[in-house]
Design a protein around this ligand. Sequence first.
Ligand SMILES: [Fe+2]
Length: 164
Amino acid sequence: MQTDCFIKTHQRIDYSLKDLIDFCLNDSWKDAYHHEEFEGVDLQIRKDKKFQYIKHFMVPPQLMDYTDGLALYKNPAGSAEVVRHKDTGRKASLMAPILPHDYPPMVFYKDDKEYCLDNSDPGAVYLNDHMVDHSGSATPVDRFYLIASFKDHSYQELKELCHM
Ligand SMILES: [Fe+2]
């Protein structure tokens, strides 16, 4: 699917998914940073060295110099939904949804339409426009995803750099 607010890239992290699911489910989150920007939402963030190698699968070579590494996010069961917003700390991101598979991790709102980014193709990597309104789903189970953020480059600039 192709819209104005996110696009599926040619990058894949299939070979790292098993490791990532293990980090998500069986590894400790006790040292995770808690992002508390949204009311009732506990977003936990880890930047462990052990999964940074996935950057080489996740980030297109043309964009490698513009991001500072990967962050693994956990949005625990029982957390409120991340309400509709634009990001202040980044303009765009590459995102790989990990778990669960049966909930849309993100919804974008543009021109009075909603665009659901689903997780029906685990291993896929999406380029997202964080200057467009978006929300994050609350799920009955823990939700996990991997992100590479771009603070200084817009979605359109990144798309052009990758000839997408
Ligand atoms: Fe956001």
